[in-house]
Design a binder for this molecule. Sequence first.
Ligand SMILES: Nc1ncnc2c1ncn2[C@@H]1O[C@H](COP(=O)(O)OP(=O)(O)OP(=O)(O)O)[C@@H](O)[C@H]1O
Ligand SMILES: [Mg+2]
Length: 232
Amino acid sequence: MISPHDASSASSQPIIEADDVFRTFEIGTSKIEVLKGVSLTIQRGEKVFLFGASGAGKTSLLYTLAGLERPTKGRVLIDGSSLYQQSRREQARVRNRRMGYVFQNYSLLPELTALENVLVPAMIGGNPDQKRAEHLLDHVGLGSRAGHLPAELSGGEQQRVAIARALMNDPEMIFADEPTGNLDSKTGAGVMDLLLNLVAEQQRTLLVVTHDRSLAQAGDRRLELADGRLLS
Ligand SMILES: Nc1ncnc2c1ncn2[C@@H]1O[C@H](COP(=O)(O)OP(=O)(O)OP(=O)(O)O)[C@@H](O)[C@H]1O
Ligand SMILES: [Mg+2]
């Protein structure tokens, strides 16, 4: 049994922390400093929206927090342990079991059906639960399109497949990079609502990059990145 006291302390428990994170790219002799000392804490169950101009470093920060891009300097902590100091195998396990991704351009595999795309994270994890994949497709309103290839789906439908795929392994953390970027505003609002509702049902932690401030009203917190730093 969880006592009321335990429940309240659990809600303010950091799940993702960035500790003075730097990210530098070297191209030839020139150096681009994309992240210049970013520190932040995201609590378990928080829904955080990340804004910033094009090129501000939003994707870099999202990827760094999500275990996909090692910082040049600084640490990323997941539940207090330093992600990039773990073995590659353990990092892969954290990404597959605990994190879900919605990429900017859907990134569905073109030769696989909607259902097979949703199953990919579960195949990597060694537990391809077809019933769950079907249930998730139903949940995003695409139950009748399970056998369709991405090219046979609209942009909004592909994005909903990508959301179902992100949820396949029931991850605690979901990272979404402009999940509505290529959609018209009505479809975009529908996709964002869907994501927020699915996440809220399960008390998952959500980090979303978006340009659309009107879509971010439902979040708990908004962060803004400018010139490689978070504005406070
Ligand atoms: N692999 C790379 N090599 C060199 N430079 C890179 C690399 N990845 C990103 N950059 C540079 O880092 C900067 C930030 O890129 P990032 O993709 O994080 O921006 P963003 O805020 O997501 O922009 P957008 O809103 O356009 O998606 C850009 O100037 C970009 O050119
Ligand atoms: Mg980006």
